[in-house]
Design a protein around this ligand. Structure first.
Ligand code: FAD
Ligand code: NDP
Length: 317
């Protein structure tokens, strides 16, 4: 097994949390090594913001900034300050003793401190027909796929009632004939601003207390069977696009058995800190945040992780 020198700090991830941690760690002369993943969790290096268009709420960009461009800029800033970036996915870790061991397949890397910033990945529903029509009408990213010719001027469906579903439904009105949102409760979880945008759009209809139960079609998706969760009644909705926006799963499989997680897989950290129960291991961003889940909060906790890692290392010098 190939073995490397011991790093001061290894950062795993590539979203705002990882890059902010990298910028701070590099400026603190910790020479961070960052593994950005290669389609880890099905998402391009750069994380969730690579799947969106305009980001309007990240400070410093009064006119908004395109998500992928924001992530390119963060990556460039990490490199500029001396972070080393490897485009590969961490497959497992061994945190039983220091230096911690981080594996890319068979290759072992070792580090005195570890920052986990692997974010989260879009959930799927496992409907009958889902596998058959995945990427043949079904998508978990309207912003990535919505402009495809197959969806132009067609009836489209979005599942979910959070900010993502509202953003995706609004985005899809540019292309689709109509957009139907299937919301499983009687209210949206989304912020008031997002709700207002959806409700103001003449192209968007909301079906309350409704869930998809089957994807149907021929070579492509042609419809979605929808159930009213109150009455149990089902009907077939004409649809050429079915877009999932039902939340995310934290990317923590590679940590299995090594780090305490909560019941849904989020990394547990101490209050007001990114410290985990293992001294020297820190977690930041969406992988440990089930409440705020924003680019700026991810970046903020990435800063905390780097500062805490620096303190941890300097106390041991
Ligand atoms: P992520 O962005 O999730 O990135 C983590 C990345 O790490 C992964 O994607 C993957 O590339 C990499 N990785 C994962 N596992 C491994 C591994 N084992 N090895 C190596 N690399 C790995 N927030 C806002 O503030 N404003 C918005 O306008 C906004 N719009 C959004 C639109 C959409 C469609 C979505 C889905 C989210 C949006 N958010 C927005 C939320 C925001 O994107 C997230 O809060 C933020 O990206 C979380 O950052 P993160 O650094 O924790 O991780
Ligand atoms: P959320 O977890 O906030 O919302 C998921 C939605 O999907 C909820 O309405 C949920 O219903 C519904 N849902 C979950 N499982 C199912 C299921 N099996 N069947 C039907 N419906 C289901 O996820 P989002 O991706 O919307 O948002 C994640 C984070 O990213 C949030 O913090 C959000 O604020 C942020 N974000 C911010 C944006 C912005 O600021 N511009 C844009 C997009 C996201 P229920 O409500 O009943 O639980």
């Amino acid at each position: 097994m190939a073995e490397q020198n011991v790093e001061k700090v290894i950062i795993i991830g590539s979203g705002p949390a990882a890059h902010t941690a990298a910028i701070y760690a590099a400026r603190a002369e910790l020479k961070p090594l960052l593994f950005e993943g290669f389609l880890a969790g099905g998402v391009a290096a750069g994380g969730q913001l690579t799947t969106t268009t305009e980001v309007e709420n990240f400070p410093g960009f009064p006119d908004g900034i395109n998500g992928p461009e924001l992530m390119d800029r963060m990556r460039a800033q990490s490199l500029k300050h001396g972070a080393r970036i490897v485009t590969d996915t961490v497959t497992r870790v061994d945190l039983s003793s220091r230096p911690f061991k981080v594996y890319l397949g068979e290759t072992e890397h070792r580090a005195e401190a570890l920052i986990v910033a692997t974010g989260a990945t879009a959930k799927r529903l496992a409907l009958p027909g889902e596998d058959r029509y995945w990427q043949k009408g079904i998508s978990a990213c309207a912003v990535c796929d919505g402009a495809l010719p197959v969806f132009r001027n067609q009836p489209l469906v979005v599942v979910g009632g959070g900010d993502s579903s509202c953003e995706e439904a609004t985005y899809l009105t540019k292309f689709g004939k109509s957009v139907t949102m299937l919301v499983r409760r009687d209210e949206l979880r989304a912020s008031k601003a997002m709700q207002a945008r959806v409700k103001a759009s003449p192209k968007i209809a909301i079906e309350w207390s409704s869930v998809p139960v089957e994807a149907v079609g021929d070579k492509q998706l042609t419809g979605v069977r929808v159930r009213d969760v109150k009455s149990g009644a089902e009907r077939l909705l004409d649809a050429r696009g079915l877009f999932y926006a039902i939340g995310h799963t934290p990317n923590t499989e590679f940590l299995e058995g090594q780090l305490p997680l909560d019941g849904t897989g989020y990394v547990l950290t101490k209050p007001d800190s990114t410290a985990t129960s293992i001294p020297g291991v820190f977690a930041c961003g969406d992988v440990k945040d089930r409440v705020y889940r924003q680019a700026v909060t991810a970046a903020g906790s990435g800063c905390m992780a780097a500062i805490e890692a620096e303190h941890f290392l300097s106390e041991r010098e």
